[in-house]
Design a protein. Structure first.
Length: 102
């Protein structure tokens, strides 16, 4: 599957919500739920916004790192979402996955 296809799928809130559960990372899921709660959105919507934020704001180095991580797994879509959510949870310049600063 091509990276563009993965991103297009993860941009869908329902797909992103399902993929969050497949991460099998309760700590990360808890962080997403907490951030989503602050923004008064569902975790799947937060994850989909994280995908858009990464697509819009990630540096070339961020992309290279993510592609490297994806190349080392049998589930590149899950690895992609994990990296994008982690990116969104660590805001740069005060911008969160919800699209505004807090």
């Amino acid at each position: 599957m091509l990276l563009g296809d993965i991103i297009a799928q993860l941009d869908d809130e329902a797909v992103a919500a399902e993929a969050l559960l497949r991460l099998d990372d309760l700590v990360l899921l808890g962080r997403v739920r907490e951030a989503a709660g602050r923004d008064q959105i569902l975790p799947g919507e937060y994850a989909a916004r994280a995908v858009r934020l990464f697509s819009d704001a990630a540096t070339d180095e961020d992309w290279v790192t993510m592609i490297g991580i994806m190349s080392q797994t049998t589930e590149p879509g899950i690895a992609c979402l994990r990296r994008m959510v982690e990116f969104a949870l660590e805001p740069r310049g005060g911008v969160h996955a919800c699209g505004h600063g807090h």
